[in-house]
Write a protein that binds this ligand. Structure first.
Ligand code: ZN
Ligand code: ZN
Length: 268
């Protein structure tokens, strides 16, 4: 048996210690990352099982609190009815048809969905986008967009560049992009532009409608692309319909065939 020389032994020990330290560092850094970034419920933040229900994106409690708008609704604006009514149109749409053709939303905008949507919009929680994209796909199902032979162009409601600078991203554009990718539709993020910086949308339909009048414009050179095509407008929340209505007016005026709307949530 050869006894290693003192220096070699020390070198070996140091090497061995170095490897062990490196091993421990790797182990603990992984543990730390696991602690820092375990799959967490998008809504309440409690830990959820990776790959469990809803692919670890939302916990069972929060899932139950979401009100999915899949029941009977106004055929035009998607306003939910307690039961199917013969007229199939809500009072508002019976009085005046909105500028778009049909609108659908995935969720009711309420205590169950609000926190997720606000964090997505204002809190940099862009990691919600895949889950939300999936909800948009489900919400769009009743529109039967697969039957549109010329294909669908997915367009987000634009943000004014002032607000875009502040928020750093347009949440509607992230949703539209995720939706278009899942459905393999054309995605056109800059088809519409916000020409006017409108104040945050508060107030009734009349006031909001006046707010958005002239707020949007079609980018130059796009009218040929949208002529007779079906445009699918995407936004995060449908409140009075004034915003998507303002966009739809511009698109129809420029020759779009149909303008359908899908939002993540709807005030109702
Ligand atoms: Zn939760
Ligand atoms: Zn309606």
């Amino acid at each position: 048996m050869t006894v290693p020389q003192k220096t070699n032994l020390r070198q070996g020990l140091i090497l061995n210690m170095g490897q062990q330290v490196a091993h421990h560092l790797t182990y603990w850094s992984h543990r730390l990352l696991d602690q820092l970034l375990p799959p967490r419920c998008l809504s309440c933040g409690t830990g959820v099982q990776a790959g469990g229900q809803n692919k670890g994106r939302i916990c069972a409690d929060c899932w139950q609190k979401l009100d999915f708008l899949q029941g009977p609704a106004c055929l035009c604006c998607g306003y939910p009815f307690d039961f199917q009514v013969a007229a199939s149109l809500c009072g508002k749409c019976q009085v005046q048809s909105p500028p778009y053709d049909r609108a659908r939303a995935a969720l009711r905008y309420d205590d169950g969905s609000r926190r997720m949507i606000i964090s997505f919009k204002h809190g940099d929680r862009t990691d919600y986008v895949d889950f939300f994209g999936q909800l948009l796909v489900q919400a769009a199902q009743s529109l039967s967009l697969e039957q549109v032979k010329s294909g669908v162009i997915v367009v987000p409601v634009p943000l004014h560049k002032k607000r875009l600078g502040k928020r750093r991203y347009n949440q509607a554009a992230l949703l539209a992009q995720a939706f278009a990718a899942k459905k393999n539709y054309d995605y056109c993020p800059d088809l519409l532009a916000r020409a006017k910086h409108t104040p945050p949308q508060n107030g009734n339909f009349g006031r909001r409608k006046r707010n958005v009048a002239g707020a949007f414009r079609l980018r130059a050179g796009y009218d040929q692309i949208i002529r007779d095509r079906t445009i699918l407008l995407i936004d995060d929340v449908y409140t009075t319909g004034a915003t998507v209505g303002g966009c739809a007016k511009i698109l129809k005026r420029a020759g779009a065939g149909r303008v359908e709307v899908v939002t993540l949530a709807r005030v109702c």
